[in-house]
Design a protein. Structure first.
Length: 290
């Protein structure tokens, strides 16, 4: 097989014997070849012609033949299963010269998605930090909310562990969505506590009252998203393999984020706050009780 070049155009060229010279085993054996000495010999004199079962089609890609071996993975995550297979095949299988193995399909797509996530996640956290700093004009408050954001995935990881769900690209996207909700709850809590301090309350009183009075709006925000994604998290129907990890991460992360926003964030606030902190201006119409 070769190619014919006509300017910038390329055409594949394949030369084959006429059907009468290749239709039967005997016809192939009688194919005449020209020896270097000028004699004509039959192909049967040079090699042994046999009929054997083989591939019904020969697949080609990039001018090379290839054989596709397909298999599915159950009971474990795709990435670790394929990586273990790569190690075993590399150690136990010796490929002839000119042969090589490529691992493609969903595994290759997963690796590409993971590479993108390694770039997207740090950029997302950096962007969140810049927005928080622009909002509060304080590195301390921005880092405090980021601490709440970085601890929120603990609930998502525990949910994956309890349900026996393996980490995947879908669950990774769920963690990104969880970051946004965690920032929202953290801003609601921190903003309310700072407004209480502006009005003369002490640090401890502001943190305690903020945790008590912001429990209802934060819980409403969490429960709406949790109940909305709970059917997807519990689904085992056809096609749910892609959406279930996403929903499980968010449901588990929201439950843990609720506890962290009510208990952990006010506690951290008391530890890091000082009398000379940067506080926002007092908002008109602010109510200290709901």
């Amino acid at each position: 097989m070769t190619q014919v070049l006509l300017g910038e155009q390329r055409y594949d060229l394949v030369m084959r014997y006429l059907p009468q010279y290749r239709a039967t085993k005997e016809a192939i054996e009688n194919i005449r070849l020209l020896a270097p000495s000028g004699e004509r010999v039959s192909l049967a004199q040079l090699c042994k012609i046999e009929e054997r079962d083989g591939a019904s089609e020969v697949y080609r890609e990039e001018n090379q033949r290839y054989i596709a071996i397909k298999y599915s993975v159950r009971g474990r995550d795709l990435g670790s299963a394929v990586e273990e297979s790569i190690k075993k095949v590399s150690a136990q299988v010796q490929m002839p010269r000119g042969y090589h193995i490529d691992w493609e399909g969903e595994y290759e797509s997963e690796k590409r998605a993971e590479e993108r996530l390694f770039i997207v996640v740090p950029l997302t956290i950096l962007l969140i930090f810049l927005i928080l700093y622009a909002m509060f004009r304080s590195f301390k408050w921005a880092l405090l909310i980021l601490a709440n954001v970085t601890l929120a995935p603990v609930g998502g990881l525990l949910a994956l562990l309890v349900t026996g769900t393996h980490f995947s690209v879908s669950s990774g996207v769920g963690f990104l969505a969880l970051f946004g909700v965690s920032v929202q709850t953290g801003v609601i809590m921190l903003e309310y506590i700072n407004q209480l301090r502006v009005r003369g309350h002490s640090i401890e009183e502001s943190a305690t009252e903020g945790a008590v009075l912001r429990l209802r709006p934060i819980m409403m925000t969490m429960l709406v998203a949790t109940f909305g994604l709970l059917p997807a998290a519990l689904s085992h129907a056809i096609g749910s393999d892609s959406q279930r990890p996403f929903a499980i991460v968010i449901v588990g992360g929201l439950i843990s984020d609720l506890l962290m926003s009510i208990f952990l964030l006010p506690t951290l606030y008391v530890w890091v706050s000082r009398d000379g902190d940067t506080l926002p201006e007092a908002e008109q119409g602010f109510e200290e009780a709901v």
